[in-house]
Ligand binder design. Structure first.
Ligand code: PHE
Length: 443
């Protein structure tokens, strides 16, 4: 006899786990530098608009698919419809491998930075020095990989703990802590002399900067940040019981996620301007500017390591959801034990992450389609696999599963769902067409 499928312990626990998956490096590390590169406020508005129309709709589709089938993404499509649909789940599993491999490299950076901040790099850290500390570190052929291994091991450890006692328990502690720290940092960043310019940059739209590339980046970011398009939310949904109100859970998750991204932008961009960095700086932005903020604030030696602890945690609760996609698949479909599945797939992802890390230093010159390996993996997953997955997930629910999906969304009429028809319309037409259009114009 198989053991009964695990469940989330409570509604709050589930929402915090889903938000834990959504809130991660995407919000605190990627969002501010993307906004910096693509015109600040114009990017913010586009991102929010996409997240609250297409993003939120696809997330609901995923929760529904997961809960209706109570299976991993491949198994869910096979059970609900069969035919070629399981390929969508397969793409999701592939995306999990691609994303977690480079994600864990950055997760490793956060761990390394906790130590760096504790050992006083900050003390006389000018902007230039902090920039050098960062590039020296990520270009090193060995050290980032050791931290990448450490981060992957932590991820594996949480996943082995299972749904309730691993993932849910940790998210319930870590997410609220993250929120508090972000608010504290916000107070510091907004009162820096010269912060106003950053606030203006972030909140005053310049729509001339919104070209096809910026649209594509905003859409990719919405998918990446909400953890949708690859089955993470299908997987989390598969551990739900029948009574939970899915539409409101979706609103909660999306709101928590976008507000953390918004706050992260408000912490980082004013600091960028206050210290005279270039908002265009790319992936180093958070790792260089925030230490500069801490170096200049009373109590910075305490807050700096704390911030990186929380960044590591945000990364961890997201990484866990990526690994869980693969683990749930191996457990559900292949009958592998949770422990073996977690170690095995985690090891493979670790190996793929090694060239990604090296591509920032000694392997800088190797490129795939003109991009370094790290950037290529990021691009492949966020700009192609996730949006593509989103198209098929929306089409599936809109055209092939609509009646059952409505029934599932309201738990058989138990919950109100006033915007059901708008949601269906988005799934059927808007999401697939808009994503396809943005994808094609971005290529
Ligand atoms: N949403 C996570 C973040 O913003 C990344 C992620 C993507 C997690 C896809 C799971 C699935 O950091």
């Amino acid at each position: 006899m198989l053991a009964p499928r695990e469940h989330w312990g409570s509604r709050v626990g589930f929402i915090l786990a889903a938000a834990g998956s959504a809130v991660g490096l995407g919000n605190i590390w990627k969002f501010p530098y993307l906004a910096g590169q693509h015109g600040g406020a114009a990017f913010l508005i586009t991102y929010l608009a996409l997240a609250f129309t297409i993003g939120i709709s696809v997330m609901l589709c995923e929760f529904i698919i997961g809960r209706a089938a109570r299976k991993d993404p491949i198994g869910a499509f096979a059970k609900l419809k069969g035919g070629l649909w399981p390929i969508v789940g397969f793409m999701g599993i592939a995306a999990a491998f691609v994303i977690l491999s480079f994600y864990s490299v950055v997760g490793g950076w956060t761990l390394a930075y906790i130590l760096k901040m504790m050992t006083g790099v900050l003390v006389n850290g000018t902007s230039q020095e902090l920039g050098k500390v960062f590039s020296n570190f990520i270009e090193n052929p060995v050290r980032p990989i050791i931290f990448h291994a450490a981060f992957m091991t932590l991820t594996i450890a949480v996943v082995i703990g299972g749904i309730g006692r691993g993932i849910e328990r940790w998210c319930k502690i870590l997410l609220p802590a993250l929120f508090v720290i972000i608010l504290i940092l916000l107070g510091r960043s907004l009162t820096l002399p010269g912060a106003m310019k950053g606030i203006e940059y972030f909140l005053q739209p310049d729509f001339s900067k919104m070209n096809a590339a910026a649209f594509n980046a905003a859409l990719s970011q919405a998918f990446f940040s909400l953890s949708i398009g690859m089955g993470a939310m299908i997987t989390y949904g598969s551990y739900l019981d029948r009574t939970m109100n899915l539409p409101t859970s979706t609103i909660w998750t999306t709101s928590l996620d976008t507000s953390i991204a918004f706050l992260a932008g408000l912490v980082i961009l004013p600091a960028v301007f206050a210290f005279g960095f270039d908002p265009n700086a790319g992936p180093g932005l958070t790792f260089i500017t925030l230490p500069a903020v801490f170096a200049n604030m009373p109590g910075g030696v305490v807050f700096a390591p704390l911030f990186f602890v929380l960044l590591a945690i945000a990364a961890l609760t997201s990484a866990v959801s990526l690994l869980e996609v693969v683990v749930t698949y191996l457990v559900d479909e292949k009958g592998v034990s949770r422990r073996t599945a977690a170690w095995g797939s985690g090891a493979v992802m670790f190996l793929i992450g090694i060239p990604a890390s090296l591509s920032l230093g000694v392997w800088k010159d190797y490129t795939i389609f003109g991009k370094g390996i790290f950037d290529f993996l990021d691009y492949l997953s966020s700009n192609l696999l996730l949006p593509l997955g989103g198209i098929f997930i929306a089409l599936f629910v809109g055209w092939f599963f609509s009646e059952k999906a409505l029934e599932e969304a309201t738990a058989g009429g138990k919950h109100r769902f006033p915007v059901a028809r708008i949601w269906m319309f988005i799934c059927k037409f808007i999401a697939p067409l808009a994503i396809a259009w943005i994808l094609i114009s971005g290529l």
